[in-house]
Write a protein that binds this ligand. Structure first.
Ligand code: GLA
Length: 740
C-alpha cells in the first residue's frame, strides 16, 4: 500500500519508490503539510513547532496559546481571509458577500486506482499501479467543500493532485481562484527553474534563487503560451544534473495558468499552481461541483537529470493516451517551409514523388489547401479543399500520394475563424467578441467561442468528416493566435468569468472524441510552433511541433529547455533548408539532422531544390534514424552539458543499457580551443561498448578513426571521450554505441 493513515497521530503518508509525502490533521482540524522528500519510515509531525510570531494571528479556539498561526504553519491547501497572509489556494465568495475559506478536515478515504477528472485530461494508471487518497476539507461559512485528490504512482515516483470543489451550502458560491495544488517547503534554500520565452524561442530555462516576495509565472493568453510553460522546478541551491533535491510541478492544462512562488517571513517557500486567476471565476449553484486540472508532482534527490527522466517516462506511460506514443512514427516531410501557401496538386505530388525517393514515409500538406486561402489572412473556418488548387479534391490528391507509397497528413487550425471566410459571413457571432467593442485581431484572425457546445460540436463534426471521408493518417492541429475578448453570449453575466476555462473544456471534449474515434490517426499539436506544449495537450497528441524556429543551433536551446519536462518522443523536430528561414544561418546538413534526431524527425524542405549529394545525404540520415528511433522514443535521456557551454551534448540510453546514441554540437569554435572532452552517462560500467558508427558533420579534417573502436562503460563514463579539433561553422558528431 502506498497510502497510509496513522489514526493516533492523524498522519497521512504517501509513498512512492523513492519519495514520501506527509501531512497531518493538526489542531482544530487544520490540515498541515509536514514533509515531502526522500522515502523513509519516519513521521515528521515533530518538525513544526508552534511559536508566537508577532502579528501572525491565531485561530479563535487557539488564541490563548498564541503559538499556532495559519500564517506560519505549513498548510496543505491554503485558505483565505482567515489569518494566512501568504498565497491563497482558493478564493470563494457567496451572494451574501462572505469571502474567503477557513478549511477544516472533515473526512478522508483511500482506494486502489486513480481518480478521474470531469472533462479534463489526466494521468491514468491501472488498479495495480495507482492509489487514490481523497481528503475533504470544508468551510462552514460559505458551505464550500474542497476534496483534495491525490493519485499515487508508486513505481513512477509521481504524485498527482487536483481538487474537486462542491457547494454543500445553501446559496451559490463563486470561485475567484481555484488552484490545483499548494506545496509548502518550510526549510531549505531553493532555486526556481522555469521555462519562459517567446514565439520561435520557446522554453528557455532560467534558474534563479527564490527570494523574499512572490514570483508569478503565468499565461493569460488563453493557451499555455510561448512565454511561460506550465512547468516549474524547485531545486536546492547546489543541485545539478546528477545530484541534489528537486521538486517538479507540472500543470496538466493548456489554457491560462499560474504558478506562484513565495518566500515568506519564516523562510518557508510556498508554490501554488493552477488555472490563471485573472480571467477566471466559476459559479457553483447549490450541490454543484467543479474539478480543477491536475498537477503532476515529483521529487528526487538525484538531480535535474533524474527528475526529467521521471517526467519523460511518466508522460509516455501514464499520460499520452494515443497508441502512437509507443509506436514507430513515420518520417514525414511537411510542405510549409517547402512551399508555404503557394501550393497546388501538382506541386504537392512533385514533393511527394521526390520525398518518396529519399525514404520519407508520410507527406504533410500544411496550410493553404482550403477555401480561398491564398494569403494567411482569410478562409480559416472554410475546411473544404480549394477546387482551384486541388481540382481532384483531397481524396484525389491523397490517392495519388498513396500510390507513390506515402501516407498522407493534413494541417488544420480548427479553433480559428477569419473575418474573410464563408463561416464568418454566415456566423459572425461565433467569434469571441465583447459587445460594442472591436475585437483585437491576431494574424488577422479571430477565435471561435468553443465555450459554446454547438460551436465545439461544429468543430468536432468538421474534423471528423475530414477524417472519415479521406485517408488522412496524420493531423497537425494548429492554433495561431492568443485568445482575447472573452465574452460568450451564451453565458449569463455572472458566468462570463467561466468563458476561458469553458473554452478549454470544449477543446478537450473535441480532442477526446476525435482521438478516441480515430485511434489510428497520429495527432501532432502545434500553436505557432511550441506555444501550447504542455501536459494537457500531450494527453491527446503524442507529439507537438516544438517551435517554428527550425534553425538547428537555436533548436539546441529550445529542445534542451523542453527536455527538462517533456520527452523526446513528444518533440516535433525537422531538418529544414539553409540558409535557415528564421535566422539566415547555414548549419551543416549533418548537424541539422543530428539535432532533429533528438525529436520525432522529419523534413521541412523541397527536395527538388537540393543537390544530388544532399539528396543522397537525406537517404543516409533516414536510414540512420531508423537505427536509433526506438532509442530516441523510449530511451533514457541525459543532458551532458550545462547551459551556454562551448558545445552542447546529450545522450539517449536504452532501458537495458545495451544501446546509446551520443550527440555533440560545437557552438563556439575558438582559434586555439581547449580540448573537447565530455563524459557519457547512464551506461553499465562493466559492459563493453562498440562504436557502431561515428558520424561527423562539418569537421573538415576528421577521418573517423580518431576514436577507439570499443570502450567499457566505465571508461566512457569516468574517463569520457576526447574529440579531435573541430573546424568550421556548427560542426557535430553523433556516435551510436552498442553493447558487445
Ligand atoms: C504555424 C505553424 C507552422 C505552419 C503555419 C501555417 O505558424 O507553427 O508550422 O503550420 O502555422 O500557417
Amino acid at each position: 500500500m502506498s497510502i497510509a493513515f496513522e489514526p493516533k497521530r492523524k498522519i497521512f503518508t504517501l509513498k512512492t519508490d523513492h519519495s514520501m509525502y506527509q501531512m497531518m490533521i493538526g489542531p482544530e482540524n487544520y490540515l498541515l503539510h509536514t514533509y515531502y522528500g526522500r522515502r523513509c519510515g519516519d513521521a515528521f509531525d515533530y518538525l513544526h513547532l508552534e511559536r508566537d510570531c508577532g502579528f501572525s494571528p491565531n485561530p479563535y479556539a487557539l488564541a490563548a496559546g498564541r503559538g499556532f498561526s495559519l500564517d506560519t504553519m505549513p498548510q496543505e491547501y491554503s485558505g483565505s481571509n482567515g489569518g494566512d497572509f501568504r498565497i491563497p489556494s482558493v478564493l470563494p465568495e457567496t451572494d451574501e458577500g462572505i469571502r474567503g475559506a477557513d478549511l477544516r478536515y472533515v473526512k478522508h478515504e483511500s482506494r486502489r486506482g486513480k481518480y478521474r477528472l470531469d472533462g479534463l485530461p489526466a494521468a491514468f494508471g491501472g488498479e495495480e499501479e495507482t492509489e487514490t487518497l481523497s481528503i475533504t476539507l470544508a468551510d462552514a461559512a460559505t458551505g464550500l467543500e474542497a476534496e483534495l485528490l491525490y493519485g499515487v504512482f508508486e513505481h513512477a515516483d509521481v504524485i498527482t493532485r487536483a481538487v474537486r470543489f462542491r457547494n454543500a451550502g445553501k446559496s451559490p458560491v463563486v470561485l475567484r481562484k481555484a488552484a490545483s495544488a499548494c506545496l509548502d517547503l518550510p526549510f531549505g534554500d531553493w532555486d526556481l527553474l522555469h521555462f519562459h520565452g517567446r514565439h520561435a524561442m520557446e522554453r528557455q530555462p532560467e534558474r534563479e534563487p527564490v527570494t523574499a516576495g512572490i514570483k508569478v509565472l503565468s499565461s493569460e493568453r488563453g493557451y499555455s503560451s510561448h512565454q511561460h510553460n506550465p512547468f516549474a522546478i524547485l531545486c536546492e541551491r547546489g543541485a545539478g544534473e546528477d545530484q541534489g533535491e528537486c521538486y517538479g510541478m507540472m500543470l496538466c492544462y493548456s489554457g491560462n495558468h499560474q504558478t506562484e512562488v513565495e518566500l515568506d517571513q519564516t523562510g518557508l517557500v510556498r508554490v501554488v499552481s493552477g488555472i490563471g486567476e485573472r480571467h477566471f471565476s466559476w459559479k457553483l449553484e447549490q450541490g454543484a461541483s467543479f474539478d480543477t486540472p491536475e498537477v503532476l508532482m515529483s521529487f528526487t534527490d538525484e538531480g535535474l537529470g533524474k527528475l526529467s527522466r521521471i517526467y519523460h517516462r511518466f508522460i509516455r506511460h501514464n499520460l499520452c493516451c494515443s497508441k502512437w506514443t509507443a509506436k514507430k512514427r513515420p518520417v514525414l516531410l511537411n510542405s510549409w517551409e517547402a512551399a508555404y501557401l503557394d501550393i497546388d496538386e501538382e506541386k504537392i505530388l512533385h514533393l511527394a514523388e521526390n520525398a518518396k525517393k529519399l525514404g520519407v514515409e508520410l507527406l504533410v500538406l500544411d496550410d493553404g489547401w482550403f477555401g480561398e486561402r491564398d494569403e494567411d489572412n482569410r478562409a480559416l473556418g472554410d475546411w473544404t479543399p480549394s477546387p482551384r488548387k486541388l481540382p481532384h479534391g483531397l481524396n484525389g490528391l491523397i490517392q495519388k500520394v498513396n500510390e507513390f507509397g506515402l501516407r498522407f497528413g493534413l494541417w488544420i487550425e480548427p479553433e480559428m475563424i477569419s473575418e474573410n471566410s464563408r463561416l464568418y459571413r454566415s456566423h459572425p457571432d461565433w467569434a469571441l467578441k465583447v459587445p460594442e467593442r472591436q475585437p483585437s485581431i491576431g494574424r488577422e484572425q479571430m477565435v471561435l467561442d468553443l465555450s459554446r457546445p454547438e460551436i465545439a460540436e461544429w468543430m468536432y463534426k468538421t474534423v471528423a468528416r475530414l477524417l472519415r471521408e479521406n485517408n488522412i493518417e496524420y493531423i497537425k492541429w494548429d492554433m495561431n493566435r492568443s485568445v482575447t475578448d472573452l465574452y460568450s453570449p451564451a453565458l449569463p453575466a455572472d458566468r462570463q468569468g467561466e468563458t476561458a476555462h469553458r473554452y478549454m473544456l470544449g477543446l478537450y471534449n473535441v480532442m477526446d472524441r476525435l482521438t478516441t474515434e480515430f485511434p489510428n490517426v497520429l495527432f501532432e499539436g502545434c500553436a505557432g510552433g511550441g506555444g501550447r506544449f504542455d501536459a494537457g495537450m500531450l494527453a491527446y497528441c503524442p507529439q507537438i511541433w516544438c517551435s517554428d524556429n527550425t534553425d538547428a543551433i537555436a533548436r539546441l536551446q529550445i529542445q534542451r529547455g523542453t527536455s527538462y519536462g517533456y520527452p523526446a518522443s513528444a518533440i516535433g523536430a525537422h531538418v529544414s533548408a539553409c540558409p535557415n528561414h528564421q535566422t539566415g544561418r547555414t548549419a551543416p546538413f549533418g548537424t541539422r539532422a543530428a539535432v532533429a534526431m533528438a525529436g520525432t524527425f522529419g523534413y521541412e524542405l523541397d527536395p527538388a531544390k537540393l543537390s544530388e549529394e544532399e539528396q543522397e545525404e537525406i537517404r543516409k540520415q533516414i536510414s540512420r534514424f531508423h537505427e536509433v528511433e526506438d532509442l530516441v522514443r523510449e530511451g533514457d535521456y541525459y543532458r551532458l552539458t550545462e547551459e551556454n557551454p562551448r558545445f552542447t551534448a546529450w545522450q539517449f540510453v536504452s532501458e537495458e543499457k545495451k544501446k546509446s546514441l551520443f550527440t555533440l554540437v560545437l557552438t563556439e569554435p575558438a582559434g586555439n580551443p581547449l580540448p573537447l572532452h565530455t563524459r557519457l552517462k547512464g551506461l553499465h560500467p562493466e559492459q563493453c561498448y562498440r562504436l557502431k558508427w561515428v558520424e561527423y558533420a562539418g569537421c573538415r579534417n576528421w577521418t573517423g578513426d580518431e576514436l577507439p573502436q570499443s570502450l567499457s562503460g566505465a571508461a566512457l563514463m569516468y574517463g569520457g571521450l576526447t574529440f579531435p579539433r573541430m573546424y568550421g561553422d556548427d560542426p557535430s558528431v553523433q556516435i551510436l554505441l552498442e553493447a558487445e
